[in-house]
Every structure is written in C-alpha cells, then in structure tokens.
Design a protein around this ligand. Structure first.
Ligand code: ZN
Length: 139
C-alpha cells in the first residue's frame, strides 16, 4: 500500500529530504525521493513510520525486496542496513574524496554491494556535488 500524503510528508521531514541509504538529497538529484518499506510489504512490512524511510530512485531499484546481502569481505550473509534502528555513521563512512561510500561492518559492506551505493552514475554525480560544495550533506 502506498504511503498516504500526510504520512509521506512526515517521513520526508523526518528524513530531511534525503535517501536514508546513500544520503543523496532531493536538491542534488532533482528527483522526488521514493518511500521505502524497510521490511518489504512482500514480507508483511507495515506502512507505518517505523518501517518507512526516504529512498532515492537508484537505491530503491537495487534494494527491491531484499533484506539481506553478502559481505564481500567474508562471503557471508548479512542484514541490510536498517535506517531507523541503526546509525549510518556506525556502518558507513565516506572515502577521502567524499565520493565513495565505504562499508565499515558486515551490514555496511553488504548494503554497499546490494544497493550499488557506488554505482558509476552516482559516483560521477557525487564528484560534481563535492566540487560544488553540496556534498556530503551536513548534519
Ligand atoms: Zn540512495
């Protein structure tokens, strides 16, 4: 079930107009964020604020209904990042150029791979955003 407009506004304000996974902002990508069911509807995830977050088009396409991925360091399965139950900074950081997302934990690394957080298109865009001083978003 799609999030009703009032619920969408609540999530957009709470998540400050940026993707909960890659932190891309609506201002940078020029596209309205989608609403992600963190636990997918296909796995009975509810349409309630504690299961919804903003997600960019790219992350949404790659995430699809996945809840787990593979940690490329160990080859073992790991839960994907849960934006409302986990802290982004504990699982990810930016590389020295602030362009690539580095996974710090099994969850972080599995999420980088599963959602293709460093796909070539977004990396090219981030390079421009960094040079313009628009990225990464400040807290
Ligand atoms: Zn994203």
């Amino acid at each position: 079930m799609p999030a009703p407009p009032t619920l969408r506004r609540l999530i957009a304000e709470r998540d400050r107009g940026r993707c909960a996974y890659c932190l891309t902002t609506e201002e940078n990508c020029g596209l309205r964020m989608h609403i992600d069911h963190i636990i997918p509807e296909s796995a009975d995830g509810p349409t309630t604020p504690d299961n919804l977050c903003l997600i960019c088009f790219s992350c949404n396409v790659y995430k699809s209904a996945q809840q787990t991925g593979i940690d490329p360091l160990t080859g073992e399965g790991a839960s994907l990042f849960h934006p409302l139950q986990q802290q982004w900074e504990e699982h990810f950081s930016w590389d020295e150029n602030k362009i690539q997302i580095v996974g710090l934990t099994p969850t972080g690394r599995a999420t980088v791979v599963a959602l293709q957080l460093n796909n070539p298109t977004v990396v090219r865009a981030r390079r421009r955003w960094v040079s313009a001083g628009w990225h990464p978003p400040k807290d």
